[in-house]
Every structure is written in C-alpha cells, then in structure tokens.
Design a protein around this ligand. Structure first.
Ligand code: DGJ
Length: 709
C-alpha cells in the first residue's frame, strides 16, 4: 500500500496491491475526484479534474463542482450532496475548500486525513482515507466539526461520494429482501436518474442491505470484468444513491439516511459519519467479494475468534418455540451430546412470564415455573455432557405485559400523546437513553458473570416506529435514530471487551440487521428464519457478496420446512448446511436411533472439511439462480486443498450438466478427489469435475486434496 502526494499539483494517489484511487485540489481549492481503478504508480499520469470544455447553460463558470470528493449542498451543486447543514443564522449554503492534510502510519495501516473548511462559516470537515497492509480495500469516512461558537444543524451527513471515471454504460447491483427472503440480488442498467436503496426501519435490513456494486456495460461476471463495490458500516437508517448525473457521470453516495435525520452540533463538537469500505476488482463480482471477505477475516471481525472454529450448535426453537422447561432441555442436551453437538443454545421462552410472545419480554430472570431452580442446573448438565451453553436475549424490546413496562413505561420509543404501535406484541425500548442501556448492561453483565454462558444470541424482532423522545428538546429529538444505533454498538463492544471469550450472535428476526458495523462487534449471524436449504442457497449468494459464509449460522431442521412447506432429503440439507456455521435444529426427542446416527454422520462429515469451510477462500462457481444446480468452493489460501458442494435443484431432460471448473488450485500439483485418482490442478480448473446429479435435490461433496507438488 502507498499514499503518494504530488505537491506541485496537490494530487493524492492511494494504492493497494491492485488498485489506485486519486484526487486533487483544483485551482479554486475544491477537492476533485480523478481516478479509481487498476493500480497506477505515476501520479502525473492522472488527468486533470477540471473540465476542458465548459457549457455555460450547465454551470455559470468554469469551476467544476460535480466530481467533488465530498460535495456540500451549496452554490450550483445539484447532485446528491454529502453534506447539508444550516448555520445558526439560517444560512443553508456550504462550500468546502482544501486547507491541509496529514498522513499517519500505524499498526499496518496508512491513513490520509484531508481537512476541508467552509469558505465563510466556522465548520471543518475531515475526510479520512485508510489503507491496510495486505488488503485490497479502501476505507473512507468523514467527520464534521463545529469550530465556531453557535450550533450548526446537520441535516444530511453522508460518508462518501464515489465515482467510476472511465466507466461507460454502468449497471447497478444491490440486495433487496424481506423477512425469510433476505439478500436477493437485483441488477439494472443505470440511466440519467437516481436509484435509491435505503432503510428507514431504524435497523439496517432486511428490505435492503447497505452494499452496492457497479460494473461496466452489465458485462461483468462472477470471474471477469471491472466491478466497483462499496458497503456501509451502519446498522440503522442508511441510504445509497446511485445516479448518472447531468454530466453523464456515474456516481454513488452512501451514508446515514437523511430521512428524519437531525443532529445539533454544538461549539467544539464533532459528528462522525460511518465508515465505507470500497473495493475495485477486475475479477468480477467474485473477486470483489473475496476482497471484502479478506478484510473481514484479517482485520475487521473479532480477530481472536474469527480464526477459530465456530462450535457445532443445537437449538430447539424451530421445534418447541416457547414450550420449554428444565427437564425437556436436559433431555435434549443428552441427545445433542450423543450426536456430537458442541454448543447447546437455549432460545426464547426461558425468562419471566414468557410462555408466548405476549408477555415477559424485559424481565430477565428465569421463569419460576419452567426453571424453578434457575439456569445453573441446566448449564451444569450441559457442561458435564461436554458442551458449552448459549442463551437468547432481546434487550431492545419490551412486552406491555411485563414488570419492566409496568415500572418504566416512559422507556419506550413513542410519539407524544399518541398510541404506540405494537408489533409482535412488543414495543421498542429507547436505546438512545443512557438509563435504558445501563439497565440492559446490568442484567447482561450479571447473566454472563454469574453463569457459565459461552454464547449470547442477541435478537431484535421488530422495526422502530414513532421515533419520539419527548424528554429531549425538540431540536434534538431526531437524534434518537442515530444515538440508538451508537448505543447498540457500544453495548455489543462492551460485551466483547468484558467477556472476550463469549461468542455473540447477531439476530434480528433472522437477518434484519446485518452490516459491516455489526460484523465488527459480533461473531455470527442468523441470516434468516427461513431454514429451507434451497432458499438458503439463494440467500447465501446475496449474503456472500460482502459477508463471510462462515458467519451464517445454519441448522439442519426437520421437514417439511415451515416457511414454504418443502421437503428435501437429509443429504441435501446436510451439504447445504456444511457450507456455513453448522448446527442441528430438529426434534431430537422423537428422532429414532437411526435418525440420530444419521445426524451424527452429518456432524462427523462436516468436521472433516470445516477447516476449509470456516477458513478457506469462497468461490461461487455456478449460481443456483441460473439452475439446474449451484456449485460452491472453499479453497485453502495456498491451494493445497479444497471442498466443493454441488447442489441440484430439479434436473431436466437428458443432457449432461456443465462441468464444475475449480479455482485457486496449484496448476501443476496433483490432487485426489474424495481420496481417489490423480488430476492436475490445471485439469481441475480448466476441464473440471462432472457433477453426476439426478432427479430433485441431489447433491455431492468433493474433497480435493493435494498429493504431489
Ligand atoms: C426470531 C429469531 O430469528 C428466531 O431465531 C428466534 O430466536 C425467535 N426470534 C425467538 O423469539
């Protein structure tokens, strides 16, 4: 990585292993974007940012504003801005000019900070650009500081504007979705207009996910073509705007959603916009994904735990829901231990009067009827059986029928003098309030300190609405959206710091709050409440555009699947689940000895290749969307070993299936497939393996091991 500054042109060229990103200070002092693409080593090769041609009907003077690195709303800038403010006297025009920059090297990172200032009013904007040793990504974010005496109202603060100079006829990709159908890939060609993808729910999903990709002419594939992608580190309301602007220039802005946003920035205060991680790939969408994956694995996720195996789990929620008690959970634990489970998770229903979703949420003491002796007898039994213990909580919500709500009705989010919307029979606690967070921390710390809990599943089962905060001055009430998210992150970090060995699962009614900010403070996610293996493959193709498959906590469940009623063979469910963080979720009490033996075999088989599925590089070889089968590979970084899953949907006609061509092997080394034969890496990558799939939901697993260099 390197940051080169050409002082005569005031030009900055930031380079990672394969990529460069460049911008310069214009003659008028504005910061103009120049370049993002293949690595260049000579800054002087970059074109000037100022246009040579000037159209007087398009702008009043020859001072370009359209390609600014961080445009504020002011003057004749009409595109999507990064910053919109109102100064104390009502002035709503801002223009930012370069003042100085610094470069810092620390802990394998190089950070360029560029300071901009408003031309008249006392406001400073710091733009941060960070590169990492060995990673092909660029992180960007911005901080706004009030350097004057009067408050400034922030109305819109985006994290970055990104440009794709030289890219023609761009296609925009994003992820849409809904509960039980998260992470669906959508693509369309861009025209002179805007595409807005966003969340207004207070949590980052599931209708959309804060990620986008742009490719040229819609021609990029999984392996080939130029792709620019970015993802936002924000878990609340966010907005990504892709546009082709008046100058026919493709651009994207990303940041906190300006919908109902507000922040009062007092004298001397700084507001930080969340980080954006940006990647450029010439190896198509797959190449872009692997750059995100390496960033997550080697830098961004909790480092001590991401290099260990996630434990094989059991959770009885899908079968018993709230109908649990000590005796039944102990019986399940006995069976779970016999089949090789490593982590026994007790889900919702263990506390207060929680016999259904109508009562008890907020009262975090064990149910007197279901767990009269408390949690410890069950935890001890689970530990004696050789498993660790995990527990479910939902700190951000409360049932009306709970002691907590009776004590603190004022702790809920609400609009003054209006009824509060009940959703899944619960209200949202106002996590922007420090006293609400203190209460959550007090019982979470107590649970984790006094019980041997190795895993915490943090759930959040509804969206935010009526985002009122009547206790605060009117001009500060909109801060609730942002402060809520800051405080959720703070609590996740606090748990990680105080209990570094506890694994944290990020769940929000399935995968409704998954983003890079949550990835930094949690270890696994529940990607969806949908356990159907075919739907899971489609969800995984979208999810893995940016996130690591190993963080998806998936369980083999019983059939038919409760979401879509589909029945699939156990082998298909097993081969799909093996790609992720593996678990079992079926009814072990009614399972026959033969059923249990089959589940044991699933677990043993998963263990044989989990070093690859948990730590290998991921390749989407054939998309299940294109049918009739999907194929996915995990390959060791040195190419010495790989595992490939071929997952058939519905075979048709009499025709040979396309062969599976592997990636990432050593071309001249020899390999065995499932312990047999000898093939060169080149043959496996160029000719490939024939998937012999028949009928419906047939599947195969190929374990590729190197025998000779
Ligand atoms: C929604 C989650 O996604 C489920 O896994 C389960 O934990 C339920 N909530 C419990 O209420």
């Amino acid at each position: 990585m390197s940051i080169i500054v050409n002082e005569s042109r005031k030009l900055f060229l930031l380079s990672t292993e394969t990529t460069s990103y460049g911008f310069e200070v214009s003659s008028a002092g504005a910061l103009l974007h120049l370049y993002w693409g293949t690595r260049l080593d000579r800054p002087e090769d970059l074109p000037y940012g100022e246009q040579q041609q000037f159209n007087p009907f398009q702008q009043p003077e020859k001072k370009p504003l359209v390609n600014q690195e961080y445009p504020a709303s002011g003057g004749y800038f009409y595109e999507e801005p990064c910053l919109k403010v109102m100064f104390a006297n009502g002035c709503r025009d801002a223009k930012l000019f370069y003042r100085r920059h610094t470069i810092e090297h620390r802990d394998g990172m190089e950070t360029l900070t560029v300071i901009l200032e408003e031309e008249v009013y006392p406001m400073q904007v710091a733009l941060f650009y960070r590169l990492y040793d060995g990673l092909d990504v660029l992180d960007r974010w911005a901080e706004i500081t009030n350097t004057g005496a009067e408050p400034i109202s922030l109305e819109d603060v985006q994290s970055a504007a990104l440009y794709f100079p030289g890219a023609v006829d761009c296609r925009f990709s994003h992820l849409s979705g809904k509960w039980a159908g998260e992470y669906q890939l959508e693509r369309h060609m861009m025209t002179q207009s805007k595409t807005v993808v966003e969340s207004r729910h207070g949590i980052s999903g599931p209708d959309s996910c804060p990620w986008f990709a742009v490719d040229e002419r819609g021609e990029a594939t999984e392996d080939r073509g130029r792709v620019w992608a970015g993802s936002l580190h924000w878990s609340g309301n966010w907005k990504i705007v892709g546009e082709i602007d008046r100058a026919r220039q493709p651009r994207v802005t990303l940041g906190i959603n300006d919908f109902d946003f507000g922040w009062k920035l007092r004298s001397g205060e700084t507001f930080s916009a969340p980080r954006v991680t940006a990647v450029y790939s010439e190896e198509g969408f797959g190449g872009a994904s692997r750059k995100f994956h390496r960033y997550l694995r080697n830098r961004w996720m909790p480092q001590d735990k991401v290099h260990q195996f996630n434990p094989i789990s059991y959770n009885s929620w899908a079968v018993f829901e709230f109908d649990i008690d000590e005796q039944q959970q102990m019986q399940l634990a006995e069976k779970a231990a016999k089949i090789g489970i490593e982590l026994f998770i007790m889900d919702d229903g263990w506390f207060g009067a929680r016999d259904s979703d109508r009562a008890g949420l907020g009262d975090w003491t064990p149910s007197k009827t279901k767990f009269p002796r408390g949690l410890d007898p069950l935890i001890q039994r689970v530990n004696e059986l050789g498993m660790s213990f995990g527990l479910w909580v939902e700190p951000e919500a409360v049932n009306e029928d709970s002691d907590l709500f009776r004590r603190h009705p004022e702790w809920t989010l609400r609009a003054e003098n209006k009824p509060i919307t009940m959703w899944r029979n619960q209200y949202v606690l106002n996590f922007a309030r420090e006293d609400v967070c203190d209460y959550a921390w007090s019982y979470l710390e107590d649970l984790l300190t006094h019980h041997n809990i190795a895993y915490l599943k943090w759930d959040m089962n509804r969206y935010l609405c009526e985002p009122g905060w009547p206790e605060r001055p009117i001009d500060e009430q909109r801060e609730v959206w942002t402060r809520y998210v800051h405080n959720v992150h703070k609590l996740f970090y606090r748990i990680q710091e105080r209990f570094p060995n506890v694994l944290l699962e990020n769940c929000a009614g399935g995968g409704s709050r998954i983003d890079l900010a949550m990835s930094a403070c949690s270890d696994l996610v529940n990607p969806s409440d949908n356990g159907d293996p075919l739907d899971n493959l489609k969800i995984a193709e979208g999810y893995s555009q940016v996130f690591l498959p190993r963080t998806e906590h998936r369980r083999i469940g019983d059939c038919p699947n409760f979401i879509n009623g589909r029945t699939t063979p156990l082998m298909f469910r097993r081969n799909v689940s093996e790609m992720f963080s593996f678990g079992i979720g079926g009814n072990l009490l009614t399972a026959s000895d033969a059923d249990l033996a089959a589940l044991r075999e699933c677990i043993d088989d998963f263990k044989r290749t989990r070093h690859l599925t948990q730590h290998g590089e991921f390749h989407r070889l054939h998309s299940i969307y294109k049918g009739p089968y999907g194929a996915y590979e995990f390959v060791a970084e040195d190419g010495s070993e790989a595992v490939v899953f071929a997952l058939g949907q519905a075979m048709q006609y009499f025709r040979p299936l396309a062969r599976i061509r592997l990636r990432g092997l050593q071309p001249s080394a020899l390999y065995q497939i499932n312990g047999k034969g000898a093939w060169s890496g080149r043959a496996l990558m160029e000719i490939g393996i024939e998937p012999d799939l028949r009928g419906d939901f047939d599947s195969a697993k190929f374990h590729i091991t190197m025998t000779t260099h």
